[in-house]
Design a protein around this ligand. Sequence first.
Ligand code: BES
Ligand code: ZN
Length: 614
Amino acid sequence: MKIKTLLLGICSFIMSASAQTIVDEVSYSNTDEVKTHHVHLELDVRFDKKVLKGFVEHQMTWVSPDANTLVLDTRDLVIDKVEAKEGEKWVPLKFQLAKRDPALGSKLTIDMPKQYTTVRVHYQSQPQASGLQWLKGEQTAGKKHPFMYSQSQAIHARSWIPVQDTPAMRVTYTARITTPKPLLAVMSADNSKNTELDGDHEFSMPQAIPPYLIAIGVGDLKYKRMSKQTAVFAEESILDAAVAEFDDTQKMIVANEELYGPYLWGQYDLLILPPAFPFGGMENPRLSFITPTVIAGDKSLVNLIAHELAHSWSGNLVTNATWRDLWLNEGFTSYVENRVMESLFGRRRAVMEQALSVADLKEELAHLPADDTRLKLPLNGRDPDEAFSGVPYVKGQLFLIYLEEKFGRERFDPFVKKYFDDHAFKSLTTEMFIEYLQEHLLKPYPNVVSMDKINEWIFEPGLPADAPNPTSDAFEKVEEEQKAWLAGKKKLKNLSAKKWSVHEWLYFINTLPRDISRDRMAMLDNAFKLTNSSNAEIAFAWFRLAIGNNYPAITKSLENHLVSIGRRKLIVPLYKQLAEHSKEKRVWALEVYKKARPGYHPLAQGTIDALFKG
Ligand code: BES
Ligand code: ZN
C-alpha cells in the first residue's frame, strides 16, 4: 500500500469517527449551539426598487445550554430590527452586523439574553443580491411584466434571507409573499393550482430541506398539467412547447422509483425561467427551475429534467453536509440521471450521453489545478462557485459506474437504494459515505474493490488509470464517416447525417480537427445550417470550432446567442475563447458583452467580469 493512501485512509477514519462535528467553512452560523427548525417568511416583492422587504421568523431549538447568541449568515442585507417572542410580546434584541467578507458575506450576531425560541429579523434585500435576478418586462418572453427568481445554491440564500446557510441543517418553511396583482408567485413548496391573482400568495413546505433549496419565482406565469403528479409553470408563449418537450417527466419519476424507491415529495413541477437563468436547471424541491434553452423541439436535451428530478433522491433527500462534498449531490445525481435515461430511451442514448460528458471532463481536467480535480474538494476559504467544475459531476458519476461494474447491478442497485433510504432527510460528509460504503458494500462482498482504490477515487487528483471509459458504437460509426469525408473518400451528401441524433452531431462537431479549413466549414454549414441551429448545444459546439478557426459566417448568430442566453455553460467558454484568441476578437467580445451584461444574472456577470479583467 502506498504510504500516502494509507495516511489518507487513517485520516478519513479519524474524521468519520468524529463525524458528528461537521465543519462548514463557508457558513458563520453557530448550529452547534442553536438550530432553526422552521422558517416563516413574510416578504413583499418590490419590482420598482428591486428589493424584497419584510421579515423572517426563526423557530429554534437550543443545543447548548450556555449559548447566548444566534449567528446567521447574510450578504448585502439591510437589517432593520430583530425581536424575540416573549409570551404575547415582542422584545427587541441587540445585534451586530460584521464587515462584509467577499466570499462569505456578513456575519449577523444576535444577542440572546434568554434562550428565546422564536426570533424575527426584519430586513430588506438589495438590488445587487447575488441570489436574485430582477428582470424587466422586455427581458421576458411576454415583454410586458417583470420577472424575478432566486438561485440560492451554493451560498446565496443569505443574500435574500438571513439564515443558517449551511447544507448540514434542515428546516421546514412557510411563506406569505405579496406581489403586484397580475403576477403569480411560486415556491419550492406546495403551489396550489388555482391561486387567485390577488397579490397575496401563501406557501407551506412541510418537509425539512436545507436552506439552499428555499426558492421563489414571480412573473406572469401560467400553469399546465402534464400528468397527475407533474405540471409546468411558464410564460404563456412557451407553455405548450415546454409541455410537449417535457411530457415524459412522469415516466422519469416511475423509472426513478423502480430503481431507488418512492418519490417522497408529492408533486413534481417545472418552472421555465427566462433565458437569463445562469444554469441549465436547479433542483428546487417540488419545483425544478429550468432554462428554456433545453426546449429543442425533439426532447434531445431532456436529460436535464432527469437530472433535476434525480436530485429528489440525491441532494434533496440525502444532502451533502458541506460544499466540499458536492460530488455526493452531483455525482450521484449524474449517475441516477443516466440510469433513468437508459430506462426511458435505451442504452445506446445513455452511453452516448456518458461519452460526451467524459470527453468534456477530460478536456477540463487538462486545465484545472490538480486540487480542484479531487472529489473531496478543498475550498480553502473560496466561494464554492469558484471551485465549480465538471469534476463532482462526471468524475463522481464515473466512480459510481466503476462500482456498478465491479459489483454488478444486482448488488450495486440495492446498495444505492438502501443508501438513500438510510439517509433520507439527512446530510452527510464524504467520510460518512465512505464508512457506509465499507459497511454495506465492501465488507459484505470482500476482495472486489480495495479501500486503497476508494481513497484514490475520492482523495487523489485526476482519474484513476482504470477508470471506466464509456465508448459508444454510434459514435464510432460517426467517426468513421467523418474520417472518410475528411480524407475526400466520401461526399457530404452520402453521410448518414440525416439520421444523426443531436448527440451524434455533437460528437461529430466536437471531434472535427480544430484547424479544419474554412471552405470545409462552409460546406458543412451550407448542407446542415449549423450556424443557425435552433439547438443551443449544437450552436455552441459549432461556435467553438468556428471561433478558433476564424470562420466569419457565425458573427451575427454568435452575437445573438451571447445577447439572448444567460446560461453560463453556453456562454462563458465562448467569451473565454474570444478573449484569448486575438486582440480583435477580444474587442468584439467586450462590445457584445457590454450589450448583453445588463440581461445577465449577477453570477454570470461576476464570472465574465473576472474573465475580461484577467
Ligand atoms: N444543482 C445544480 C446547479 C448548481 C450547482 C447550482 C452548483 C449552483 C451550484 C443543478 O442540478 C445542475 O447540476 N445543473 C446542471 C444540469 C446538467 C448537469 C444536466 C446545469 O445547470 O447545467
Ligand atoms: Zn445537479
